[in-house]
Design a protein around this ligand. Sequence first.
Ligand code: SAH
Length: 373
Amino acid sequence: MSTPLQQNLLNLNLAGIQAYFEGLGQKAFRGRQVFKWIHQHGFCDFGEMTDISKVLRAQLISQACIKAPEIASQEISDDGTYKWLLRLEDGNSIETVFIPEDDRGTLCISSQAGCVLNCTFCATARQGFNRNLEVHEIIGQLYVANQVLRKLTGNQDGNNNDRIITNVVMMGMGEPLLNFDNVNQAMDIMQDDLGYGLSKRRVTLSTSGVIPMIDKLKETNPVSLAVSLHAPNDKLRDQLVPLNKKYPIKDLMDACKRYVAGEPRRRVTMEYVMLKGINDNEKHARQLIKILSGVPAKVNLIPFNAFDDSGFERSGMDAINNFREILMQAGIITVTRKTRGDDINAACGQLAGSIVDRTRRSKTYATAAVNQS
Ligand code: SAH
């Protein structure tokens, strides 16, 4: 059990943990050693950290802890996708998904308990919003998933060259740019060579389009950017992604251009959920080509994943292929995202978890909107 006075070391990036050890009167490199034990080797027991003196280990046991969210349940899809429901200390729960592919393994991480944005086609929105996740709850998802997957595959030594999780996408529950500081610290740990050693290219943040925070991300940690576009004109996007009323398409596209400016080979991924009869006809495709003109972008078409009472249907395969063909002919790289894990509700937009005290949604939304303006 942790006590309120114990420092959870999962909350600290490398600079933070070094400062913490200096605060204990130790050399900073002790912090680096412990950081490696935690993130590279997946240890949670100070007693097992053999290159640390017994006296310091005892001090850590009394003053610190390494505490990640607990796994409440695990489901495995027919296609090999894992979904974990993680219980947080305050009773909220979140979901994390692991998607194995031939050449990579992608972990999809949540950034908030619930979401304020209220996109009409997303299951998370129906849950309401409770709060931002702490750093330990964000990086804890990677820590826990790594532990489980290593046990399953027998790779226990924590060697970064033999990773199971090769990519992280901030595409789970919540809007990561509305929890900027904590998400940023967690992404720092993912990228640290003494942590998980993932390059910027292998960490993707997906946003509904919080423009000021896109600019801030470019300055602090320009990871790969994905934008949930979903509509080719403001009228439709206002309905599907209500944040559009605050940050309309033209401004969002300008922000995307700024994000990759000066790096000719970088592109922003535009996510576009294919909703039957809503945003999937030829006219929409042509409008999309227009708004993407001059934007270094590629398009990811996401077949809509249904959930109870969603009120939407997935576009037919013909419509999706046709849409893709039109974009490709205009020279826009377009791929259709493979649906993974929908038999266990682990696919894009199906993550729910359970949120306590949903009544906080309106209050917190108001605060978030004020803070971002
Ligand atoms: N709030 C961020 C992170 C969520 S990412 C964002 O909006 O980008 C999850 C991705 O799945 C987003 O592109 C989201 O719009 C998409 N999505 C949401 N509901 C979906 C559904 N039911 N089917 C397919 N994709 C969905």
